[in-house]
Each structure stands twice: as C-alpha cells, then as structure tokens.
Design a protein around this ligand. Structure first.
Ligand code: XLS
Ligand code: NI
Ligand code: NI
Length: 439
C-alpha cells in the first residue's frame, strides 16, 4: 500500500543535540529509568478524534487541515478506512503502541442506529486486520454522547427516557468494540452531564440516572469479558456550565456514593484539572491517594484562556510533576493519551508529527527529571522531615485513634503554647526543582 505520510521517515531517537525536526531528542524507548524502559513508563496513545478527524475548525472558521488522507469523499466508509490506514502508518512511524477512540470517530454516524452499528462492525474488522502483526493496541474506547443534538440535555442525565435508551445502546456497542479491539479501559467523559441552570434541572434525579447507567455498563462489560478499568474523566465546565464530574475529588465522591468505586478509576486530563482551578499535579495526587489514578489525557491548557484548548504539552515543569506522581503511584493501569490537537494554523501533515514528537519528548523529559528528583531525595526528605513531630508518643496516639479531644485539651493546657510549626521552605524547594531541571 502506498504511504500517506510520504516524505516522513520513521521517527528515531537522535538525542538532545540533534536539530532534526523529525527525530526524538529525549524519548528513547529502550532507555531504562528506575528499572523500567521508557516505553513501559510511557504507554503513549493516539487520540483518533483530534489526530485523524479534527481539521482545525473553530467557532469562527472552517477546517484548515485536509484530513481526507486520499479518500475521494469525506464522511464515507472509504474515508473511514483511509483514516485507519493513516492512523496505523502514523503510530508505526512514531512507535506509538496505543490508540483511543469514540464510536463516531471511527465511522460517519447514520440516521439509523442499526446502520451505524453495521459500519462500526465493518471498520472494527478492518482495524483488527491492521493490528495483526503489530504491537499496537487499544488503550480505551468511549461513546460520544455529546455531539448529536439528541444529547443537548445530557445522556445519562437527560430528561428524555428515549434519549437515555439511545445512550445505553451506544455504550453497549462501544463496549462491544472496546472488547473486540482488546481495549484496556472504557471512558466516561460526561460532556453534557451537567446543567446550565437549576431553574430547569433536578440534579438528584439526573445524578442517580447517570449512576444507574454506569452500573448497567459495568454489569454488561463484565458479562462480555471486559476485565479492564472503567474511567471517569473529570471536567468542571464546557460544554455545560456546571459539569457533575467537576474534578477528581468530586468524581471519586460520586463513585463511592453510588457503589461504583471498585470498577472505576480516574482518567485525568491536564487541561481539565487547570479549568477546575487546580494544578494537573493536584488532580493526579487526589486520584493516587484514593487508589484511583488510572490513566492520563496528556495535554495542556493556556493559562490566559479559560477554555479547553487541548494543546500538545510542552511544559516540562508540569510534565515533571506529573511523572513524579506517576512514579510514586507505581505507574498507571492505563496510559498517556494525547487528547491534544495541533493549532489551527498548523495544518500540514508534518505538523501532526511535530506535535507528537513534542508531546512524547516533553513526557520523556518529565520522566527523566522526575526520576532525578526522586534519586536526588531532597524534596522527599523535606516532606518526611516536615511531619517528624508526629513520630512522638502523642503523634502516634492520634494516628492510631487512641486519644480524644479531652486528652488533647489537657495536653494543650499543660503546654501553654506550641512552638511555630517550622518553615514550609517553598522558595528553597522551588530552587531545588530548578536546580534539577536545568542541571
Ligand atoms: C473533552 C474530553 C474528551 C474526552 C473523551 O474535553 O477531553 O476528548 O477525552 O470523550
Ligand atoms: Ni478535554
Ligand atoms: Ni479528554
């Protein structure tokens, strides 16, 4: 078969002194860091929608990029197959071993669900054929339950019982596809699960219905042999003003409330965390300490803009702190999906490669630097020492639930006044970070 990305070679590691735009400067798949190969630390995934479908359309203008990949007409099965060809050539050239998809990324949606599903069967057969003999796998699948006008009032949270049934049908099919393609996970991103105004919304009713849908998804998934994780991908707003899965803490509370926490983990997206007013690292930490850090949508936002800009990550500082969390978590059960799109003026096929090289190199650098932070030990030691007063008898009693408010009251009275708790040393620690980053 002829190449789609004709003049683009297989991207290899050339090292940090290379100026070749079509080479990795930091991502060296076989390099061992803290006992594991970089490629194992960083299971990168290609996002079908941004990479193969999105053409740069924004609110003010139509596509700038041509993503027909040689198909004579867009929105046809010929085009769907051309996207598969392009995707596999792309992943092979970059050494990417996973992909993620929404149902409607794969084929054009028909008016009748039966025809859409027939198309999905056809394209998934074709994808399976392409996967054969490669080490490319599916990281996760999902159903797009936000694009079609029927989901204007939500999917699991909709007021229409028929629309709810359609959402359920789409989830069933997307789970079938995920299992067929050997996917490791299944994502719920609640695009329109939220509300614009309480004047027309029964929040309790809607949340209960979302939970019921998730329970049905778990039951069905397990019944067809899906052993992977279900994920919630929290996001505070956009498209809805208030989204129910605001951030990791909110989503985890929801899962616990409805008894879903054993089957679900978090898929944390950097730009969603920052939209929630958190750092990326914050949402990773909250997920990790709850045993629910599963997968990552590796993008970044623009701090001057208040929306989901889905940029390819270039911020090494954030990537380092992300990888610090991932290393401390002992890795991920999922991987790193680049839920990122090239900027509207970056419309050429070469730009697709520049973007992934940037993203993969950024996380490789983050991994290298996070390992250096851990090996350096100054930051971890500081945090350990900061809490050392708890090692005394009183601290141990509190930690072991062996004391009471009255006992602490008497202790405090006897003490008169505690000493100041010790400096937080933020500026010192930030200088340690810079010292390690720019060694
Ligand atoms: C949108 C989300 C979406 C999910 C998958 O903001 O990031 O792309 O990752 O539905
Ligand atoms: Ni997003
Ligand atoms: Ni995402």
């Amino acid at each position: 078969m002829s190449e789609i990305f004709e003049n683009i070679p297989v991207i290899v590691f050339e090292g940090k002194d290379s100026t070749n735009p079509m080479a990795f400067k930091y991502y060296d798949a076989d390099r061992v860091i803290m006992g594991k190969k970089m490629s194992e630390h960083l299971p990168f995934a290609m996002a079908w929608w941004h990479n193969l479908c999105a053409g740069g359309t924004d609110m003010f203008g139509r596509d700038t990029a041509d993503k027909s990949f040689g198909a004579s007409e867009k929105g046809t099965m010929e085009h769907a197959k051309a996207k598969v060809d392009a995707g596999f050539e792309f992943m092979k050239k970059l050494g990417i071993r996973y992909f993620c998809f929404h149902d409607v990324d794969l084929v054009p949606e028909a008016d009748d669900i039966k025809e859409t599903n027939r198309r999905l069967d056809e394209i998934s057969d074709y994808i399976l054929e392409k996967m054969e003999g490669t080490d490319i796998k599916c990281l996760w699948g999902t159903a797009n339950m936000f694009g079609n006008p029927r989901f204007m009032n939500g999917a699991g949270s909709t007021n229409s019982v028929d629309v709810y049934a359609f959402a359920a049908a789409q989830i069933k099919k997307a789970l079938d596809l995920t299992v067929k393609l050997g996917g490791k996970g299944y994502v719920f991103w609640g695009g329109r699960e939220g509300y614009e105004t309480l004047l027309n919304t029964d929040v309790k009713f809607e949340q209960e219905n979302i939970a019921k849908l998730m329970h049905m998804a778990v039951d069905y998934g397990r019944s067809i042999g899906f052993k992977g994780d279900f994920y919630i991908e929290p996001k505070p707003k956009e498209p809805m003003k208030h989204q129910y899965d605001f951030d990791a803490a909110t989503a985890i509370g929801f899962l616990r409330q409805y008894g879903l926490d054993k089957d679900f983990k978090m898929n944390i997206e950097a730009n969603h965390a920052t939209l929630a007013g958190h750092t990326f690292q914050h949402d990773l930490r909250i997920s990790a300490i709850n045993g629910m850090l599963g997968s990552i949508d590796a993008n970044q936002g623009d701090m001057l803009l208040g929306w989901d800009t889905d940029e390819f990550p270039f911020n090494v500082y954030d990537a380092t702190l992300c990888m610090y969390e991932v290393l401390k978590n002992g890795g991920l059960t999922g991987g790193f999906n680049f839920d990122s799109k090239t900027r509207r003026p970056s419309y050429t096929l070469e730009d697709m490669f520049h973007a992934y090289i940037l993203g993969m190199d950024t996380f490789a650098l983050g991994l290298i630097k996070a390992a250096e932070i851990i090996e350096d030990g100054r930051i971890d030691q500081f945090v350990k020492d900061k809490y050392s007063s708890w090692n005394n008898e009183l601290g141990q009693k509190i930690r072991n639930n062996e004391t009471s408010l009255e006992e602490l009251f008497h202790y405090a009275e006897e003490l008169g006044a505690p000493e100041l708790p010790g400096s937080g040393r933020q500026e010192y620690l930030e200088s340690v970070m810079n010292n390690i980053l720019f060694k």
